[in-house]
Design a binder for this molecule. Structure first.
Ligand SMILES: Nc1nc2c(ncn2[C@@H]2O[C@H](COP(=O)(O)OP(=O)(O)OP(=O)(O)O)[C@@H](O)[C@H]2O)c(=O)[nH]1
Ligand SMILES: [Mg+2]
Length: 1103
């Protein structure tokens, strides 16, 4: 008879308790049916005595409770084979277990055991797998040596430093985990374990291996990362059958020739060591398939490398290569090559010899040209972050397909060296931006009128000669328009910070910051690599002698400004370093978090482009200084000229003529196709529909890149529309985003579409709730005569730009859609919220808080965009949401959230006088896993937005100690927010962390999000429901290939039943159970698989 599985959950406890009270109850039949009990996280400190009534139970999962002993009756469960008691409160080994002679798998990890009782344990004859990770063993419990049937023993995260000789009695032991212990020398007793297959000894302090290791003939996998090796232990060469060796994060700089004795070696991880020259001895490993030498200081590859015929995957990223090591081209069987993050400047034609190459990673190098031969390759190529001119960057970033089309187009038509640069004028209102930008364009002096203020942005072009032109963006200086900057500024252009030189007062402390400093910060935050230069206007109104004085004063200030920034970074870094010193050695993950914070600060500081050294001084009245400015622009453009197919340039011109000639507000796909194919070579007309479409995308992306049009290629609904007249878009933004009540009111009152009463309702909606209905939108834009389809496209675009999100005001009226614009809100926090979210955390409630601090200014629009993005999650969960000017309150199913923006009261910034700004996300509730879910989601949204729109922004982030929050401490302990960036579970999570400011130890779960294992366990139901059988089978293959699971484990998964042809929840469940017992690599691989299968929803769920 087939094995029938009946699972009982937490509710089983009630029934068992009732049985305990009335033993004769007929309910006892039900319990007999159960084969599995799942009572994890059930808040219990003991198991009911009546548990032995579940006679047929085979597996009990009772992790994450507060158990410290077991009822004696448990020994009467004859069929029990699996028992999970991890994450409980056992301080002594539960003797009651010893009667379970059929028990095969016992999990006691994450308890506080320090020894194992003698004799009794011998009765656990069937035990094959034992987990004792993260307990308090200081010596190896010798009693374990009696468990002679043991196959797998987990003792990670203890304090072991030696092993008894008796261990050799464990003849069947195949897998042994001893990582994260205190071994300073290799325990030679292990050498007697001749059948051991996998040995994990990473995170110890080993520096040598004894020769005796060669006796371990069964050993296939050996992990030694993060130890203290400075010399490759020659003894390892005796492991001739070893297949995988991990020596990552040691201090190796050489490899002995003897390594060629390791004929079985297939995988060798040696990244993050101290190699400065390529270890030639490795070339003797002809059977090696995967070699990871990334994160060293290599700059060469020996010719002998071609001997490594078996090599398939090769990591050389993050080294010091300056030229492409030609010898690599001899590796004709190579499938994946990682050379990113080096300083490569060239790619040889011979690269095509690597015919099997599937993945070639070359991002973040110094490559300017790609060889045309690259078109003959069929590989997944990544060349982003290189200073490419041929093909131009923006083409290359689109992948090998686009690169091929570019080179083909160059064969079909001439190559034209052309340069069209986007120039953006930023600065305070009335600085003289419009005047100088018009003067530049016309080549003669022009002054605006006093009342001629720019709203949002004015765009123009200046064609210096046939091949050099500039797209000019002149931004309105007023606060309200700053939200437009990310929409219009292209990162490859030039930014001029413009100020009125005659009004500039070197003696006034605030002047520099207001007119120059803040604008530089803004530019560098949004476009860290962009070239910024200064222009002082009104030269005609300044005495000649004053010009020099003022400019040198500004130059001094510029230096101070850069210095101050540097000091800010340094102060932050020092704080990190000091904190690191304070942290006990054992809390590796906390140190790691501080380390990544320090690294991040370093990167941010390093990527800042210096300000152009010369300050341009000009007069738009007399034209003085303008010729010099023009010369600079032309030279700048010449040096960044690109090689483009003539045909593209022609097509681009056709589209640009529509800016002045056509009457359309936007261009539809048919029109674009016509314009582009007008003067195309005949060969293009014969292209397939898809090829034609791709070519059009290439041209549009190139136009969008240089600021000629606005086009969103990553949004399917907008892809087929081109905003060629940007002023239309600007006008709509102006009309909708204005804070000017009178203006809005006038427009509404004038509208023919609505009554006076409706007009005042709409006005109320806009200014008190930030809500703009579709109807309101069309009233506000009435004067632009947009078609209704165009209004739709515009609203689509505003959503895409995350200026607003859609809300259904009234379910019964689907036509009445509205949009919420946080940017428009002007009211303070609603007093009624004081009861929903009182300032003191209510009893029995936990508050998790993340604070992100910005140097004395919160970037314009950052908070608003974040608020919009939150809707993606909150909207789905049908939550109650209340917004005000600087915050959002939301009631979710399991918890409450409050997100705010404000100045930081407790400003500890000693460098600058101005208080820092802070965006904070706080979540309250009683279930930690829910709270972490919401908080980490908010964190990753905010970080994504910063990465997308403000990649150079300086910020620091903290997790506020929940204990201090509940105690209302004035000076709460702050933990580094980078804890949230650690790969879930790579770092060992301590049980407790010290709240430094109050001196209390608090549970680590309050400061660390759940580990990946916990996440997988929590999300198991959804994963089981959504991972399909074909996907699962693919994954099994990958996990097998990478050696993470064994054949037997894969078979166990496959033998589970499937529901139908697609669904197989049982299989997935067993698979997840298996991988949660594996090292973190299992999690990384799972994420990668889900990504490759494009299961983004599931990926989000577990990240
Ligand atoms: N004498 C003199 N006046 C100038 C010069 N440049 C600008 N102005 C005047 O200064 C005022 C402001 O100039 P705009 O060019 O409109 O300033 P803006 O920076 O575009 O201002 P916003 O659009 O509000 O951001 C106008 O009255 C101009 O006539 C200059 O070089 N010399
Ligand atoms: Mg202006």
């Amino acid at each position: 008879m087939a094995y029938r599985q009946v699972t009982a959950g937490r509710e089983s406890l009630d029934l068992l308790h009732r049985l305990q009270l009335s033993p004769q109850s007929t309910k006892s039949d039900t319990v007999l049916e159960w084969t599995e009990l799942h009572i994890d996280s059930a808040d219990i400190d003991n198991l009911p005595e009546s548990i032995d009534r579940c006679r047929n139970v085979k597996k009990i999962y009772a992790s994450r409770n507060m158990l410290s002993s077991l009822p004696q009756s448990i020994s009467n469960l004859p069929h029990l084979t699996v028992l999970d008691l991890s994450h409980n409160a056992f301080t002594t080994f539960p003797i009651a277990l010893c009667g379970l002679t059929n028990l095969e798998e016992l999990n006691l990890s994450d308890n506080q055991l320090s020894d194992i009782p003698g004799e009794d344990i011998t009765s656990l004859k069937g035990l094959r797998i034992l987990f004792l990770d993260n307990n308090a063993f200081a010596t190896f419990p010798e009693e374990l040596c009696d468990l002679t049937n043991l196959e797998e023993l987990h003792l990670s995260d203890n304090k072991l430093s030696d092993i008894p000789g008796d261990i050799t009695r464990l003849k069947g032991l195949r897998i042994l985990f001893l990582d994260n212990n205190s071994f300073a020398t290799f325990p030679k007793e292990l050498c007697g374990l001749t059948n051991l297959e996998k040995l994990y000894l990473f995170f110890n302090q080993l520096s040598d291996i004894p020769v005796d290791i060669a006796r371990m003939e069964g050993l296939r996998l050996f992990w030694l990362h993060e130890n203290a090796f400075t010399i490759f232990p020659i003894a390892l060469c005796g492991l001739t059958k070893l297949e995988e060796l991990d020596m990552v994060d040691n201090e190796l700089s050489e490899i002995p020739v003897d390594i060629n004795r390791m004929e079985g070696l297939r995988i060798f991880w040696v990244h993050d060591n101290a190699f400065t020259t390529f270890p030639i001895a490795l070339c003797g490993l002809i059977g090696l398939e995967k070699l990871d030498l990334s994160h060293n200081k290599l700059s060469d590859v020996p010719v002998d490398i071609s001997k490594m015929e078996g090599l398939k995957l090769f990591w050389l990223n993050n080294n010091d290569y300056t030229t492409f090591p030609i010898a690599l081209c001899g590796l004709t069987n190579l499938e994946k090559l990682y050379l990113d993050n080096n300083k490569l400047s060239d790619i040889p034609e011979d690269i095509t010899k690597m015919t099997k190459l599937q993945i070639l990673k070359l991002e973040s190098n110094n490559i300017t040209h790609l060889p045309r031969q690259i078109c003959n390759m069929e590989t997944n190529l990544n060349v982003t972050d290189n200073p490419l001119v041929q093909p131009p960057k923006h083409i290359a970033n689109r992948g090998l397909g686009a690169i091929k089309r570019y080179f083909e187009a160059l064969t079909d038509t001439n190559a034209i060296q052309s340069s069209r640069i986007q120039v953006s004028f930023l600065g305070e209102t009335e600085a003289g931006k419009t005047s100088i930008s018009r003067t530049l364009q016309l080549g003669q002096s022009i002054l605006t009128k006093k009342a001629d203020r720019t709203r949002v942005v004015e765009q123009g072009t200046w064609e210096a000669d046939e091949d050099i032109a500039f797209n000019i963006n002149d931004f309105g200086g007023h606060d309200a328009y700053r939200i437009g900057h990310p929409i219009f500024i292209s990162t490859s252009g030039l930014v001029f910070v413009t100020f009125n030189l005659s009004k500039y007062d070197a003696g006034n402390e605030g002047h520099f910051k207001l007119h120059i400093g803040d604008w530089i910060d803004k530019g560098q935050a949004q476009m860290p690599g962009i070239q910024i230069a200064l222009i002082g206007t009104h030269l005609d109104e300044v005495e000649i002698t004053q010009v020099e004085t003022k400019c040198s004063a500004i130059n001094r200030k510029l230096e101070e400004h850069a210095d101050e920034k540097k000091r800010w970074y340094q102060a932050q870094k020092e704080t990190c370093e000091n904190k690191m010193k304070e942290i006990p050695e054992a809390q590796k993950s906390l140190r790691q978090a501080y380390q990544s914070k320090a690294d991040h600060l370093e990167t941010l500081h390093g990527q800042m482009q210096p300000i152009y050294e010369h300050i341009f001084t000009v007069s738009s009245k007399t034209y003085k200084g303008v010729p010099e400015l023009r010369d600079y622009l032309v030279t700048f453009a010449r040096t960044s000229a690109e090689f483009l197919p003539e045909m593209w340039v022609e097509a681009a011109k056709n589209i640009c003529t529509k800016k002045t000639e056509g009457s359309e507000n936007t261009l539809s796909w048919e029109v674009i196709e016509d314009l582009i194919l007008q003067n195309a070579p005949t060969s293009w007309k014969k292209m397939s529909k898809e090829d034609k479409e791709q070519t059009i995308y290439d041209i549009l992306s190139f136009l969008a890149h240089r600021g000629d049009i606005i086009w969103y290629d990553r949004c399917p609904s907008l892809m087929k529309v081109v905003f060629h007249k940007q002023e239309i878009l600007v006008n709509v933004l102006k009309a909708v985003l204005t804070h000017d009540k009178d203006e809005v009111s006038q427009k509404l009152q004038k509208s023919m579409k609505i009554t006076k009463r409706e007009a005042s309702e709409i006005e109320e909606d806009i200014f008190s709730r930030g809500i703009v209905s579709k109807q309101a939108m069309s009233c506000l834009c009435e004067s632009f005569k947009l078609l209704s389809t165009e209004v739709d496209v515009m609203t689509e675009l505003m959503q895409k730009l995350e200026l607003c999100y859609q809300v259904q005001e009234d379910d019964s009226l689907p036509s009445n859609t509205s949009f919420h614009f946080p940017w428009l809100l002007s009211e303070e926090r609603q007093p009624e919220l004081d009861t929903k979210w009182p300032s003191k955390v209510p009893p029995d409630t936990i508050q998790l808080t993340l604070q992100v601090l910005f140097r004395y200014k919160c970037p314009d629009g950052l908070y608003e965009k974040f608020s919009v993005r939150q809707h993606k999650h909150l909207g789905l969960m049908k939550t109650m949401r209340m917004d005000w000017k600087d915050g959002v309150y939301a009631k979710l199913e399991q918890c409450k959230m409050q997100m705010t923006r404000g100045q930081n009261q407790a400003n500890s910034n000693a460098v600058s006088q101005d208080p820092d700004w802070v965006i904070s996300i706080a979540v309250r509730g009683s279930h930690l896993s829910d709270l972490w879910g919401v908080l980490t989601q908010g964190h990753s949204d905010l970080m994504d937005i910063i990465k997308e729109d403000w990649p150079g922004l300086s910020y620091s982030k903290y997790l506020v100690c929940p204990h201090c929050v509940s105690e209302e401490s004035q000076d709460p302990t702050l933990f580094p927010g980078e804890i949230l960036d650690l790969t879930l579970g790579t770092a060992s999570k301590p049980r407790q962390v010290l709240c430094v400011n109050t001196g209390v130890s608090i549970p680590a779960d309050l400061v660390y999000p759940p580990s990946w294992q916990e996440v997988l366990r929590n999300e198991k139901p959804k994963l089981c429901e959504n991972i399909t059988e074909p996907c699962l089978l693919d994954m099994l293959d990958v996990f097998l290939q990478e050696g993470i699971i064994t054949n037997r484990e894969a078979e166990t998964v496959k033998t589970e039943p499937s529901t139908d042809r697609v669904k197989c929840p049982k299989k997935v469940e067993v698979f997840l159970d298996i991988i949660t017992r594996k090292p973190v690599k299992a999690y990384v691989t799972l994420c990668r698989c889900l990504q490759e299968q494009e299961q983004t929803d599931l990926l989000e769920l577990i990240q």
